[in-house]
Write a protein that binds this ligand. Structure first.
Ligand code: ZN
Ligand code: ZN
Length: 247
């Protein structure tokens, strides 16, 4: 489900940070304690925050973890709306690690479909930019059609593909028709696209393309910094660069 109406005003989008990891994610810093995240969100005057820890194993106790986080946020008395979700794994065509019970229990289902660096991830037979682009189209089509995603994390970006030297080659190998059709499908199923600061700047061509197509289609973009440390919860760090890119 969309969290908002289509919006192409970056100034508005950066009021929310919908991609924050807690120390539950092994890759996040120990300082990412829920209480400190709330304090930081207050300092930054964020209007909404989503906690989305990695779901890289099918037995990840995400429901219990989210219940505990929800309680801790409530104790702080903050008025900032927090969403207790997960960064789920669509690790192949029609494959995801979460079951329906987990999926239904989450406030926000942010799916990564391109964590190709993980061992569990399905790889295309043809390990070329085009091979990965075709695989990405299939993975995202099946995921979107399954109606279990609210948003796609760092979409289409090839940064996690070990065998690709040029990380921008994956997206460049996806045709405009393929990308447009994917974005139309997401619109039909009310699945948003993440503007993930790091990836958005690492592949500016892709970011510009998705923004342009999204404006045409009326897509919804959600903003997230993929924060693994408190400092990176600030959604405005690269505002000027991003703004330049998207105008
Ligand atoms: Zn990710
Ligand atoms: Zn993440």
């Amino acid at each position: 489900m969309y969290l908002r109406e289509p919006c192409f005003d970056l100034e508005e989008l950066v009021k929310e940070n919908l991609h924050v990891h807690t120390s539950f994610s092994g890759c996040a810093k120990p300082e990412m304690r829920v209480k400190l995240i709330v304090e930081r969100a207050r300092e930054l005057k964020l209007q909404r925050v989503a906690l989305v820890d990695h779901f890289n194993h099918s037995d990840t106790p995400m429901i219990e973890k989210n219940m505990a986080d929800r309680f801790v946020v409530k104790l702080t008395g903050t008025e900032i709306p927090f969403l207790f979700g997960a960064e789920l794994s669509a690790y192949g065509v029609g494959k995801w690690l979460d079951n329906d019970e987990v999926n239904r229990a989450l406030d926000y289902r942010l799916y990564a479909a391109n964590h190709y660096h993980l061992e569990i991830w399905e790889q295309p037979e043809e390990k070329t930019p085009r091979g990965y682009a075709e695989h990405t189209v299939k993975v995202l089509t099946a995921l979107i059609e399954a109606d279990r995603a609210d948003c796609i994390a760092h979409p289409i970006y090839g940064g996690y593909v070990r065998v690709l030297e040029d990380k921008k080659a994956l997206a460049a190998a996806m045709t405009d028709e393929e990308l447009y059709k994917l974005m139309l499908l997401a619109k039909k199923h009310r699945v948003a696209w993440e503007i993930n600061v790091g990836e958005a700047l690492a592949d500016p061509e892709l970011t510009k393309r998705m923004w342009r197509f999204g404006k045409e289609i009326g897509s919804v973009f959600h903003f997230g910094t993929d924060a693994h440390l408190l400092e990176n919860m600030d959604t405005r760090i690269h505002f000027d660069e991003l703004h330049k890119l998207l105008t």
